[in-house]
Design a protein around this ligand. Structure first.
Ligand code: BTN
Length: 245
């Protein structure tokens, strides 16, 4: 189904919202924007970027692929956590699906990922990239057991425009929350919305090694504490978190 850009523009008059039928990555396109709040949305990405150098599967016409130019309010990881909360809120509003959040950037339906957040910091700006699996009915073999879409979860198609409208509103509200109440408000919200912040048995992959332990809360900057099985307590600054097998 064609993307009805005018419907989105009508809800955000005055905001620069660019549509590209196809691009390599909206992260690169957004780097050329100058006005904070400007948005690039694409119908497909040929080189979609994920976190930790991974690729983001970007099937034509099926997902929402969007990057937003922001003045960095708050730094990563708080900004990443805020964007994940915004994506989950938008998905709940547009598709009626309740999501879990996995530190720092995964939005999950059950144990499968339906959306991801990528933040790239520049000199004076941050680019917030958000990808949502909306109407995919299947995924490539390498991510088939890890990914899901709103369509797979609900059994019906969803409007990418409606989701983008909800997403832009939710991003604005969460950034305002950081501005008005500070990062602590986002950390509290994330901790209460995520099953991965405290008490969950996880494996963390970092620096080519895997460490197993129990998630033990967020530090004041939004990094994740891990109570390791060897008894030590480690602050996870980066890396991938997954359920312990
Ligand atoms: C992740 O979960 O690893 C982050 C995924 C981020 C994907 C989005 S899609 C829109 C934007 N453009 C990209 O190339 N990546 C982000």
């Amino acid at each position: 189904m064609a993307f009805d850009l005018e419907r989105v523009r009508a809800r955000y008059p005055g905001r620069e919202i660019l549509w590209l039928a196809s691009t390599d990555s909206t992260m690169r396109d957004a780097a050329r924007l100058t006005r904070p709040g400007s948005v690039v949305v694409a119908g497909e990405q040929t080189a979609g970027q994920g976190r930790l150098g991974r690729r983001w599967h970007s099937e034509p016409g099926a997902g929402l692929y969007v990057s937003i130019l922001l003045r960095p309010r708050g730094v990563t990881p708080t900004l990443t956590l805020a964007l994940g909360l915004a994506a989950a809120e938008a998905i709940a509003a547009a598709a009626g699906v309740a999501c879990d959040l996995r530190w720092p950037n995964d939005v999950l339906i059950g144990e499968r990922k339906c959306a991801g957040v990528l933040v790239q910091l520049g000199d004076a700006a941050a680019i917030a990239g958000i990808g949502v699996n909306v109407n995919q009915v299947a995924f490539p073999a390498d991510i088939a057991t890890l990914a899901t879409s709103l369509r797979i979860a609900t059994g019906c198609e969803h409007s990418r425009e409606e989701l983008l409208i909800e997403l832009l509103g939710a991003v604005d509200r969460h950034l305002e929350l950081i501005e008005c109440r500070g990062p602590g408000a986002i950390l509290d919200l994330f901790a209460s919305s995520s099953s991965y912040v405290r008490g969950r048995r996880v494996t963390v992959d970092m620096d080519g090694k895997s460490v197993r332990g129990t998630a033990d809360g967020l530090d004041p900057s939004g990094f994740l504490w891990l109570r390791c099985d060897d008894g030590s307590r480690r602050l996870i600054l980066s890396g991938g978190v997954r359920p312990a097998m």
